[in-house]
Design a binder for this molecule. Structure first.
Ligand code: SAM
Length: 212
């Protein structure tokens, strides 16, 4: 979802107090930054941020961090926050490949991946956010009993994500090939921008919840 460069996006982000500019300096100290001891949950590839912003509003006793690679996309999240601020939500602009530099072992309580880029060419498989290479990175920062939740409408990416689990030492707690018709898994579901778009076109939404 790389929008064309919005002019001034980098400047707006640089000036925003909602964006953490030197996130590596907070490694192991994120709760201090939030000023409480609430758990920390992160969304990687948050896009325009509808999902994480809505979660933060619903759950004031959980701290959320939205991670997005591109300034032009992150800017949209910031605009939303300015309209409806949440003290339990921060943003980082970074490539998730460096996630181990930002969080200490077991500092993260839950990880969300939503409609991650599919990178369809085999030679780009390592760039897929649910790949075994990324699962290894998540393994280092996620609490022992923490879970990762992944949603997508892309069947090939979902099949790939399921196949990666055993090699990376993870296992599925819940799997659905039609989230929107699973009453129990839909109970607390928060729709992302992509989920709204693709489900309204009749596409099934796939989801897993995994642990080590
Ligand atoms: N999660 C949103 C949703 O469901 O509506 C956005 C989905 S969009 C297809 C994927 C987003 O992930 C894009 O905004 C992209 O820039 C971001 N992204 C992809 N790879 C990333 C990475 N390695 N680190 C951080 N963000 C990434």
């Amino acid at each position: 979802m790389r929008l064309r460069n919005i002019s001034g996006a980098r400047d707006a982000i640089a000036e925003s107090p909602l964006v953490v500019h030197e996130p590596e300096s907070l490694k192991g100290r994120w709760q201090e930054r939030f000023g409480n001891d609430h758990p920390i949950r992160i969304e990687i590839g948050m896009g325009k941020g509808k999902f994480i912003h809505e979660l933060a509003g619903r759950n004031p006793r959980i701290n959320y961090i939205g991670i997005e690679k591109y300034s032009s996309v992150l800017l949209r999240g910031l605009q939303k926050m300015e309209a409806e601020p949440c003290s339990n939500l921060l943003f980082i602009r970074m490539d998730a490949e460096e996630i181990g530099e930002i969080f200490a072992p077991e500092e993260v309580d839950r990880i969300y991946l939503n409609f991650s880029d599919p990178w369809p060419k085999d030679r780009h498989a390592k760039r897929r956010l649910p790949s075994r290479e990324f699962l290894e990175r998540y393994d280092k920062i996620l609490k022992k009993d923490g879970v990762l939740e992944f949603k997508t409408d892309n069947r090939a990416l979902f099949d790939f994500a399921l196949e990666e689990l055993p090699a990376a030492g993870w296992e599925a707690l819940k799997v659905t090939f039609d989230l929107h018709h699973e009453e129990e898994m839909m109970r607390d579901n928060v729709m992302t921008e992509y989920e709204e778009k693709f489900s309204s076109q009749g596409n099934p939404i796939y989801k897993y919840i995994i642990k080590r």
